[in-house]
Design a protein around this ligand. Structure first.
Ligand code: SF4
Length: 342
């Protein structure tokens, strides 16, 4: 592997070449990790997760890159540690932090490297003569669905011969989504606690401690189990609105689209919104009908994805969120374990 490739692997340790580097040079079994001088990598792995929890972004400095063995190894170790926490919020924040950090770094890459990373992550892009990147429509739709800004809607995009055209930054955003998905899926792989070395268990304890401190600083958590099919993120907003607290525009959109998706009538939704301090019947009716697709172009708005909720600081996952990407799928993947509400 060339030195350039090794540095790239250190900067983007989820790429196949990073895995290849590890499989060629390092024994990644849990038993051997402790013996092979992985202390520095373990420390850096904890730092990766802390970066994600505290700053919502995993930072990689030039010095980190130069320390490439430690850097490459720290990623799979961080994934193991996150998996060991068995904490859904830590999982999601870690995936978000890694993908956000990678996004920022990708913006500084050459077109060639950016397209290379995209291709390796399954987001193939083709650079055209006008320096636009072309992405196949199905790939675009799969990744852009979580973006709510109007310019991401396919109807608002330049499309040519089955490809969507975009600039570098937008392409990097799509790749970021796939990096997020990849890292999150990795953290779902179970790690037997018993097999983990003591140093790993201590590291997990440190991460949980950081998470607990951050949790304690948040507004008090409300137990949501009795609500059955309503995911915790949305239940929090509902509780807040029921108490007459002012919800943000985005929170209102989330609740309204959720109620529409659950076939609540327009009148019921308007009634629910009537507790808002700035409530006006005509405005609320117009907005709810608009979201339900009964006005304007007839477009029905969907509930934001889990990723969008997370980036807006509104994700408060519990164990029934495990593996889901959309609040309407809450409990579905884990239906067997789902509590029944009588
Ligand atoms: S449904 Fe999704 S957004 Fe809501 S709490 Fe669960 S994981 Fe977070």
């Amino acid at each position: 592997m060339t030195s350039e490739n090794v540095l790239r692997a250190a900067r983007y340790p989820f790429l196949p070449e990073a895995r290849e580097f590890i499989s060629r040079n390092i024994d990644l079994t849990l038993e051997s990790l402790e013996k092979t001088g992985s202390e520095a990598a373990l420390k850096r792995a904890v730092e990766r997760v802390e970066n994600a929890l505290i700053f919502k972004e995993v930072k990689v400095t030039v010095l980190d890159e130069l320390n490439y063995v430690r850097e490459i190894l720290s990623f799979p170790i961080a994934v193991i540690l996150v998996s060991m926490t068995m904490n859904e919020y830590v999982r999601r924040m870690y995936a978000l932090g890694e993908s956000r950090g990678a996004y920022r770094r990708m913006l500084n890459e050459s077109d060639e490297t950016l397209l290379y990373i995209g291709e390796k992550m399954g987001v193939e892009g083709v650079l055209d003569d006008e320096s636009m990147i072309r992405v196949k429509i199905p790939t675009y739709l799969k990744l852009a669905y979580s973006f709510h800004a109007p310019h991401w809607k396919l109807v608002n995009r330049a499309v040519s011969n089955g490809y969507v055209l975009m600039g570098r930054n937008e392409y990097a955003r799509l790749v970021q989504v796939e990096i997020n998905n990849y890292v999150y899926e990795k953290t779902l792989e179970p790690v037997p606690m018993g097999a983990a070395p003591d140093s790993f268990r201590r590291a997990v304890g440190k991460i949980v401690e950081v998470w607990s401190k951050l949790e304690a600083a948040k507004p008090s958590h409300i137990s949501l189990r009795e609500r059955g099919d309503t995911p915790p993120c949305i239940d929090r907003i509902i509780k807040k609105m029921e108490n007459g607290e002012n919800a943000s525009h985005f929170e209102r959109l989330v609740v309204a689209t959720f109620m529409i998706a659950r076939n609540r009538s327009i009148d019921e939704i308007i009634e629910f919104f009537s507790k808002q301090p700035d409530y006006k019947y005509s405005v609320t009716k117009y907005q709810v009908e608009h979201l339900a697709g009964l006005r304007g172009g007839g477009k029905k708005y969907s509930v934001p994805s889990c990723r969008t909720m997370l980036t807006n600081g509104l994700c408060y996952p519990d164990e029934y969120c495990k593996g889901i990407k959309h609040p309407l799928r809450y409990g579905e993947e884990n239906a067997a374990n789902k509590p029944r509400v009588s």
